[in-house]
Design a protein around this ligand. Structure first.
Ligand SMILES: [Zn+2]
Length: 355
């Protein structure tokens, strides 16, 4: 039975109610002759490659899902469709116009045909063959195509496998699946135009665990923006800069406590990034922001007592580090912070408060 949205066949036992397990749409019974790929031949090899993390699947739960699927036994898969039914869509099977190549085989091959695989060119060599860090970032609903079919195709062609498949979850809006027809979506371009792409990126990466489902709502977005960006980061930055201007201080690391705080946060950050845990990485940066807030309250450098200048110099130094750590997440804000720390004047605040 066929789901046109998945462009994949389901067996009766995979969809006992006759509905697509992903789209919930009624499946169509199709009878036609097609070409098959001998997937069964790669069962043992695929299992070994995935179990040993030679092809690493993140998160662990998805890896287990894939291993479970392989353990059920891999059957040969149909890799062409009748050209008549496709009505001109797709690429014809070489030497047999009556058949069209299955869109998933066609799509997956794009990873190497977009490089110059067909010409055995330099891009293909640089980015695929000799690249030890080939990572696919995919949605959880297409894991089977990427973690089972694609590596099997590559094995059969004698080509190197990707190193890792990172699987993210689904995004809902106000607790509902996004749907154009029901008007339950959110336009990321509009959102970026209104609030800046840094803020949108921050919300998505901070609020939603990178491998799980998450929800967007404008209320939550504004709440996080005001708490973390306007009050947290923005407020600290303008406060320290104001003091630095008044006291004519430049960034310099002197405090032991500060040095220790930076070191700890950098370790957490590097660890989190290595796991692709962007939320954790951002939380570690905000730990450093919280440290600065505490430090400034405790030392009260605005009183102008002895050592006040060192405190401000210290804080300026940490802000430089924070800007560096933020670079992959908030590239624009990071740049503005760095140029301001280097002495350039800035009139508007980093993240003006939202109403
Ligand atoms: Zn479907």
């Amino acid at each position: 039975m066929l789901c046109e949205n998945c462009e994949a066949y389901y067996k009766k036992e995979e969809a006992p109610d006759g509905l697509c397990p992903i789209h919930g749409k009624k499946l169509e019974e199709v009878e036609e002759q097609n070409y098959f790929f001998k997937l069964s031949r790669y069962q043992k090899q695929l299992k070994k490659i995935i179990e040993s993390d030679e092809l690493k699947i993140i998160p662990e739960a998805r890896k287990n899902e894939v291993l479970g699927f392989i353990d059920q036994g891999l059957e040969d898969i149909c890799i062409s469709r009748s050209s008549e039914r496709m009505q001109g869509w797709g690429i014809k099977v070489p030497g047999d116009d009556s058949q069209t190549i299955w869109c998933w085989l066609d799509a997956l091959v794009n990873y190497i045909s977009a490089l110059d695989y067909a010409k055995d060119g330099q891009k293909f060599k640089n980015w695929w063959v000799n690249n030890p860090r080939k990572i696919h970032f995919i949605g959880k609903d297409i894991i089977k195509f990427h973690a089972v079919y694609w590596p099997a195709f590559l094995l059969s062609a004698g080509l190197p496998l990707p190193r890792m498949i990172f699987t993210h979850g689904w995004l809902t809006v106000d607790g509902q699946k996004m749907s154009k027809s029901r008007g339950t979506g959110v336009d990321p371009f509009k959102l970026s135009q209104e609030y800046g792409s840094d803020a949108v990126r921050y919300f998505l990466l901070r609020e939603i665990p990178s491998t799980k489902d998450g929800d967007f709502s404008l209320a939550k977005f504004k709440e996080r923006y005001n708490a973390d960006l306007a009050s947290g980061l923005g407020n600290l930055f303008s406060r320290v800069n104001k003091l630095a201007r008044e006291m004519k201080v430049k960034p310099e690391l002197t405090g032991l406590e500060t040095r220790q705080a930076i070191k700890e946060v950098q370790q957490e950050y590097v660890q989190a990034m290595a796991q692709y845990d962007f939320r954790e990485a951002l939380m570690s940066i905000w730990n450093l922001i919280a440290f600065c807030d505490q430090y400034i309250e405790q030392e009260e450098p605005w009183q102008g007592e002895e050592g006040a200048e060192e405190v401000v110099a210290d804080l300026l130094f940490v802000l430089g580090r924070i800007a560096g750590l933020l670079e992959p997440f908030l590239p624009q804000a990071s740049q503005r912070m760095l140029s301001q720390l280097a002495g350039q004047k800035e009139s508007s605040s980093l993240f003006p408060r939202l109403k």
